[in-house]
Design a protein around this ligand. Structure first.
Ligand code: GLA
Length: 433
């Protein structure tokens, strides 16, 4: 076997070292950067992320019985569990993500049941940094979901793979995150962003057109780790849900900028600020997409800077280091810069003129040194392809789906149909019992 990419080679070698044979399938999935649209996804709002070149690779093979074993190049030892024993709250640590994905796929009644022969051995390797706000978790989930889908012959649709990653993270790991990362990681395309409406779950690939506009993107990792399972993320989500409840709407997506003045009369100061970030951020995403469609990516810059200010002043999820990175980048010539990801640490994305990378990078490094902050990691970042099967090139044939009358296989389009929605609600009800 020979593979594109050093990290894929490493994962295959790691699998062979661990299990003494070659994998049956190899899947990879990238990390992501969110260009704009932060903390809008769980408010049924708009997001505009793209996949990055760093990837997580899952090499996997069937084994007899129903035990799933996971190993990772980043952690010592193996974690094993019978599929039937995986449950919400039963797992901790990194293995909760891949085993959570196995659980989520096996719980979806639209898919064939993995049965008594669900045994799998998995090896993970990755060059997506953890805790940098680049969605290492979704990269891991989607790479594993692709591998299990093949090995179990599920024939899952893209939306079912996305759901499995999202449910593993929310239900098994316990991080109350939205759906943006899994979409970005699965659907990303070279040179493009994924414009996702989180209310309809319909996405559109939008070319960024950076080359023709002589622009590029750089990523400034502050080195401050962030975690979505930590309190700050859940607290912001709760504030948004409280705001929607008090305003009498299903989610903040139903509040538009012109309704903010009235919302201000009904909400306390802090709750209003949280809501205002989400409402204005949705508007900024719409403007950014309009600018990109018009072939004017430079116009996204000021929207990014406004987004950062909103996250700093209204949503209160930035840190001194993130603020310094974004402000310094703009002062040094960036067209715009903003924190990306869940917040409370992680990275800043900056849109810069082609060739400005050395100067902008040096200014940010100097500013960090002057503020006695540890040196940031700065690098160019390119919108890259989403998840893919690395091996074999021809997919294994899927098994037939269970026949469930009206609740038939959800495909990408059926997730927005009423049958698809109903199936999803029934599934959610059944697992919450
Ligand atoms: C994390 C979550 C996403 C999203 C962002 C904030 O990355 O996983 O669902 O909420 O934070 O935009």
């Amino acid at each position: 076997m020979s593979f594109v990419g050093a990290i894929t080679e490493k994962a295959v070698a790691g699998f062979a070292d661990s299990y003494g044979r070659a994998p049956d399938v190899v899947w990879s999935a990238p990390g992501r950067v969110n260009l704009i649209g932060e903390h809008t996804d769980y408010n049924e709002g708009l997001v505009l992320p793209f996949a990055i070149s760093q990837r997580t690779v899952a090499a996997a093979a069937r084994r007899p019985g129903d035990v799933i074993t996971v190993r990772s190049a980043a952690f010592e030892g193996a974690v094993s569990a019978r599929l039937a024993d995986i449950a919400p709250g039963a797992l901790a640590g990194w293995a909760a993500y891949p085993l959570g994905v196995a659980w989520a796929l096996s719980q979806n009644p639209d898919l064939p049941a993995p049965g008594q022969e669900a045994g799998v051995e998995l090896f993970i390797d990755s060059d997506v940094p953890v805790g940098s706000g680049l969605s290492s978790s979704a990269a891991l989930e989607i790479a594993v979901a692709g591998a299990l889908d093949d090995l179990w012959g599920l024939g899952a649709s893209g939306n079912e793979v996305i759901d499995a990653g999202h449910r593993a993270e929310n239900v098994v790991v316990g991080a109350p995150t939205g759906i943006m990362d899994q979409f970005a990681v699965l659907r990303g395309e070279e040179g493009c962003a994924v414009f996702l409406d989180c209310r309809t779950e319909v996405d559109e690939i939008v070319p960024l057109g950076l080359g023709p506009a002589s622009l590029e993107l750089i990523l400034i990792d502050t080195g401050q780790r962030h975690a979505n399972a930590a309190g700050g993320y859940a607290d912001r989500r709760a504030a948004c849900e409280r705001a929607a409840r008090l305003l009498g709407v299903p989610s903040l997506r139903y509040i538009t900028v012109d309704k903010l003045a009235r919302a201000g009369e009904l909400l306390d100061e802090v709750t209003f600020r949280r809501a205002r970030h989400v409402v204005t951020e949705n508007a900024r995403v719409e403007e950014a997409v309009a600018a990109l469609r018009a072939g004017n990516p430079a116009a996204v810059g000021p929207l990014m800077t406004a987004s950062h200010a909103s996250m700093r002043d209204d949503f209160a999820i930035t840190t001194t280091a993130l603020d310094l990175a974004a402000e310094t980048a703009v002062r040094a010539g960036a067209l715009g810069a903003r924190m990306t990801g869940g917040g409370f640490g992680g990275s800043v994305i900056a849109l810069i003129p082609e060739g400005a990378y050395p100067a902008v990078g040096q200014s940010v490094r100097d500013a960090f040194a002057a503020a006695a902050l540890s040196a940031p990691a700065i690098q160019p970042v390119t919108p890259s392809p989403g998840a893919r099967r690395e091996y074999p090139t021809v997919p294994l044939p899927p098994r037939p789906r269970p026949s469930r009358g009206a609740f038939q296989a959800s495909s990408r389009s059926s997730s927005t149909s009423s049958a698809g929605r109903l199936a999803r609600i029934m599934w959610l009800v059944s697992i919450s019992r």
